[in-house]
Design a protein around this ligand. Sequence first.
Ligand SMILES: [Fe+2]
Length: 241
Amino acid sequence: MQNTQHTGSPGAGAIPGMSSLPTPSAPPTLPSVPQGAPHTARLRHFVQQLAALVEQRLPEAGTLAQGAKLLGALVAHDDWLPDAYAQPHPERYQQYLLHADALGRFSVVSFVWGPGQATPIHDHTVWGLIGMLRGAEDSQAYARTADGRWTPQGVPVRLQPGQVEAVSPNDPAIGDVHRVSNAWEGHTSISIHVYGANIGAVQRSVYLEDGAHKPFISGYSNSTLPNIWDLSKNPAPSARP
Ligand SMILES: [Fe+2]
C-alpha cells in the first residue's frame, strides 16, 4: 500500500502518475452553515467531483492519482461528517455508506474504528482510496508466498489525518491485500474510503496466514444515507446571496 499527503509534491510513496496529472481546481468556498451543523456541502462537492472523474474513464493510475487529491481535500477538514455516520460499535468496526454512484462506478464509505479494533487480512478486488479523517490507523500489507501462505510485506503504514492511501488489485506496487487496525487504543478513529464499485456488494475474501480464505460480502452498517442534496439547509456556493 502506498500513501501520500494530499498537499505538497509527491515523493517516495506517492501514488503513481500523481505528479504528471493536472491539479484539479480548488474547491469553491463553502457557504456558512448554522453553528453545529455539519458542512455536508463538502461531501456533496466531493461526490460531484468523483462522478466527473470516473466519467473520464482514465486508466486506473490516473483515477487513483486524481481521486487521491480530491479525497485529500475532503479529509483536510473534519467538520462535515454527520454524527450518525461517525458512531463506533463496542464490538466491531463500522462501515457506513455515505454515497453510492447510481451506475455502481464508485462508493464512499466512513470506516469507524472503536478502540483496539482491527480487520482480518482482506482484499478489495477493485481500486480504493483511504483518507484519514480523525485519529489514526495502521495498514499492514500482505503478500502471498510461493507455498500459498500470506506474510507481512514491509512495515505497517500509519495513516494520519489528511493522508491518503491507495489499494489496487491491478498494480503490484500498490497492492490489494492488507490488515488494518485502529492505531489508538483508547479512541475512535475514522477514515473515509472510496472504491471503484459499490463495495458493500462486492464479493471479496478474508485470508488466514496459512493461506486459507473465506469469501465475504461486507454490506453496510447503516440503513439510511446522509442527505447531502437538501440545498436549502446546506446551500451550494452559487445559491448564496
Ligand atoms: Fe481494506
